[in-house]
Each structure stands twice: as C-alpha cells, then as structure tokens.
Design a binder for this molecule. Structure first.
Ligand code: UDP
Ligand code: MG
Length: 313
C-alpha cells in the first residue's frame, strides 16, 4: 500500500481519450514539485471511447493513479462527488481532465492552502478557444446566479478549486442529488480565497456540455440555492391583481361616459391568454422544484461504481 497522500487530485472523465496521457503527465510534473505524496483519482463517468481502458492502463503503471469507474454516465457534478468520496488527501483539488484548467495552477493553490486558506478557487481572468455563445451564456449565467441566490458565488469561477480536508468532509455529508458544487463549496463557509488563471482551450476533443446539459446544470444551480423563481409567480400575481382592481373604476367610467368603449373581445382574449401563459409557466416552475423533491425523496444512490478503490472510513 502506498502512504496516505497529502494531496488528492480529482478529475472527472467523460470520453477524454485524447487528453488523458497529457493530463496525467502534466499533473505528475506539477505535483512532483511539492515533494509530498499525492494521488490522482480518475473518475470515469461512463466513457465509451476507450478512456476506461486507458485509465486502467495509467493505474497499472502508477499506483498513485486510482480509477473510479461508473456503471454509466451520471454527469460531471456526480463524477466529481464520487472523487471527493474516495479522496484521502489533506487537500483535495477538483480539476477538469481536458486541460482547460492548467494543472500547474494547482501549485499556486497549494501555496495559498499552506498560508491557511481552506478553499482556494481558481478565477478565470481570460478564456481561450471558447465560442462567443459559450462566453455569452456563461457570463449571463454567473451574473444571474450571483443576483438571485443567497450565496455569493465568486464570478467566473468553475469547479477548479482546492478544498481542505475539513471542507471536503463537510461536502461529503451533503448528499443532495442535483448539485452545484461551486455553490456548495461557498455555502460551507471557511476561509476562502481565489487565484487568477488563464483558462486554456481544450487540448483535444470537444465539449461534453451540449446546450441541453448546460440548461439542466443552470436550473440545478438556481433551484439548489434560490427560491426566486417560485416567488416570481407571487410578484406577477400581485401586479396582475392590483392592476385589475385599479382598472375596475376606469372601465366603469369609460363605459358610462363613452358609449362605444370596450365593444371588442380582443383585449379580453389577450388578457386571458397572457394570464393563462403566466399560470402555466408558474406551474412549470413548481414542477421543476417538485421533480427535484421527488428525486431526493427516492433516496437512490448518487452514482453507481463498477470498480473503485476502498472508500475511506
Ligand atoms: N464530464 C463528465 N461527465 C459529463 C460531462 C463532462 O465527467 O457528463 C467531464 C469532462 O470529461 C471534463 C469536465 O467534466 O473533464 C468538464 O466538461 P467539459 O470540458 O466538456 O465542459 P466545458 O469545459 O466545455 O464547460
Ligand atoms: Mg472543458
């Protein structure tokens, strides 16, 4: 058995065969500079491109590489969650495996951790090789999240961050299914700081977050940390009800003074359709929350592993 690692690196992998060897090499070069024991948890999130075998191969060549292999694709956030569950280090670093998060930045994070910070998140000062669409949606997303949630999630940070053992242990106790890890790691408190970095372009392959997954992720983020969408219906209801009460005397006066007023039905129809639409949207929003409640109530395991190292306690 290898000694207990000081640093655990957690990387989710979904069809990253073109990135894995280079990712492993750069993580190794960076971590070797710390002269501490480390482990690299490669969480295979149901890859179908041969990444799984490549992870096993890397693990066979280096006992510090530990494969956690899922039974199917569970999604990025759950893959990272599994990594946190299996990590043994005194500090745990979450990093993407497509080399958009440069492994060298881990050294800056470790330096901050040694100064006593318990969460060190990486702030993107620049982003390379992203489409304008991704940049635009990401920017809207971060600003929206910032405004409507109760936790002040720092702007332009991803999941690339270092968590002290204390924080990782608290996060391990938070078993919510629809998770927004970067929000959860702020919510826990502790001493937090950021390090700046330049987000690189993907080394190989293309994004595993199509628009549909991005929407799902955004709604998980919002519903996990905000009731605002539920309250919107109340606000609109008050505005509509207030408006219609005010309109009653106006309509009566107009009907009495101007005999031709309000003969048509178009205005009625528009009002009815508008309110019908608002009601359906509100029901849909309720549905989003209720569906998530239902998922939590079922209490299924968050992910299913096919093979994994022994779980710490
Ligand atoms: N990923 C995953 N499961 C998924 C989708 C993505 O484990 O269902 C991993 C992926 O391999 C990568 C990280 O999550 O290491 C971030 O995904 P990606 O780079 O595609 O997202 P983007 O950087 O484009 O937002
Ligand atoms: Mg990426």
């Amino acid at each position: 058995m290898t000694q207990t690692p000081v640093f655990s690196i957690v990387a989710p992998i979904y069809n990253e065969i073109g990135n894995l060897p280079e990712f492993y090499r750069r993580v190794k070069v960076s971590l070797e500079q710390t002269s501490e024991a480390w482990e690299l948890l490669l969480v295979d999130d149901g890859s179908t491109d041969g990444s799984t075998d490549m992870i096993r191969e890397l693990a066979a060549g280096d006992p510090r590489v530990k494969p956690v292999i899922f039974a199917r694709n569970f999604g990025h956030q759950l893959a990272v969650t599994a990594g946190l569950d299996y990590a043994r280090g005194q500090a745990v670093v979450i990093i993407d495996s497509d080399l958009q998060d440069p492994p060298e930045v881990i050294l800056d994070m470790i330096a901050k951790w040694r100064e006593g910070y318990e969460v060190v998140y990486a702030v993107r000062s620049e982003r390379e090789g992203e489409t304008w669409f991704k940049l635009f949606t990401a920017s809207v997303f971060y600003r929206l999240i910032y405004r409507i949630t109760d936790v002040d999630i720092p702007m332009d940070t991803g999941d690339f961050r270092l968590l002290d053992r204390k924080v990782a242990d608290v996060m391990r106790q938070m078993r919510e299914r629809h998770r927004f890890l970067r929000g959860m790691s702020v919510w826990v408190g502790f001493k937090q700081t950021g390090v700046q970095y330049k987000r690189a372009a993907r080394f190989s392959g293309s994004t595993k977050y199509p628009f549909k997954k991005m929407l799902r992720f955004a709604s998980d983020a919002i519903t996990s940390f905000s009731y605002f969408p539920l309250q919107v219906a109340t606000y609109i209801g008050f505005i509509a009800a207030g408006g219609s009460i005010l309109a009653i005397p106006v309509v009566i006066l107009l009907r009495v003074l101007v005999s031709k007023a309000f003969l048509g039905q178009a205005s009625t129809l528009i009002a009815v359709l508008f309110l019908g639409g608002v009601q359906l949207i509100s029901l849909g929003i309720l549905g989003e929350y209720i569906g998530r409640l239902y998922d939590e109530a079922k209490g299924r395991p968050l992910y299913i592993v096919r093979e994994a190292p022994p779980k710490p306690e």
